[in-house]
Design a protein around this ligand. Structure first.
Ligand code: NDP
Length: 253
């Protein structure tokens, strides 16, 4: 793996790092020299990531991982994460809030309450709680970067995607607020639409689709990781990975 991005000495939290897009974002950040704090529930996936990062380090001398097996629906666990990072590194440079669940593809009136609540708990509540846990640490970095995973569903009017679409619209609203709160600081906070990607979540959402027509998550990760660059100027926007362009929310004043 090659990377022109230099993240040596930088600490990055990546949630949902056990598979899919988050796994490859974590690998890319480590290849650029970052120490990745990899969060997910599946220990096997995290260990596989760690093995790959160690193998890459043996060649390039760059990158490291600390594995954090955690259910993000465990609010107290998310609260403790910020404290643990502060104790070890005294700051956080990069947050990639990538973990998410689809819930169910179904007419809104047929969605079970526990499924709706789970989508909100993982996609919205845990993202807010994570932001709350690490916001003070990102402010201690000279170039704090937050990459918050959204979806095209946040904007498209698509039948049966209601709970997931509502959760991602909420996430984008948080990104706008948080970016506005920090606009005079060296923080850059953006949402990302990765676009349709060959992962377990996409297979659940569109079961009949041939995965081979979709980009591999490593390809999408390579487009997203530059948002962690200390040189990034954009904040409060949506990065659309398929077109590699920033979409703007605000109308010109
Ligand atoms: P995957 O289903 O492949 O991976 C989801 C990741 O989230 C896994 O690592 C999973 O880890 C983690 N996760 C889920 N629930 C929890 C939880 N309760 N606690 C901790 N970790 C959790 O999804 P993708 O890689 O496809 O999606 C990544 C992000 O991109 C999501 O936010 C998704 O909404 C978004 N996205 C994806 C698209 C696609 O086409 N794939 C399109 C648009 C947006 P574990 O199960 O080990 O806990």
């Amino acid at each position: 793996m090659t990377s022109s991005l230099n993240l040596s000495g930088r600490v990055a939290v990546v949630t949902g790092a056990s598979r899919g897009i988050g796994y490859f974002i974590a690998k890319e950040l480590a290849a650029a020299g970052a120490h990745v704090v990899a969060v997910a529930r599946t220990i096997g996936g995290l260990e596989e990531l760690d093995d790959e990062i160690k193998a890459e380090k043996a060649i390039s001398g760059k990158g490291e991982a600390t594995l954090v097996p955690l259910d993000l629906a465990d609010g107290a666990g998310v609260d403790r994460l910020g404290g643990a990072i502060h104790e070890r590194w005294g700051k956080l440079d990069i947050l990639v809030a990538n973990a998410g669940v689809l819930g169910v593809i179904s007419p809104l009136g047929h969605v079970e309450a526990k499924v709706f609540e789970k989508v909100m708990a993982v996609n919205v509540n845990s993202t807010w709680r994570l932001i709350r846990s690490v916001d003070p640490l990102l402010r201690l970095s000279d170039a704090g970067r937050a990459i918050i995973m959204s979806s095209g569903a946040a904007h498209s009017a698509k039948a049966f995607w209601g709970p997931y679409a509502a959760s991602k619209a909420a996430v984008e609203a948080m990104v706008r607020s948080w970016a506005d709160e920090t606009k005079n600081l060296p923080l850059r906070i953006n949402a990302v639409n990765p676009g349709a990607t060959r992962t377990a979540m996409r297979a659940q959402a569109v079961p009949g689709e041939d995965p081979k027509i979709l980009p591999h998550p490593s390809e999408i990760a390579r487009k997203i990781v530059p948002l962690a660059s200390p040189e990034l100027t954009e904040t409060g926007l949506i990065f659309d990975a398929p077109t590699e362009r920033f979409l703007r929310y605000r109308l010109p004043e």
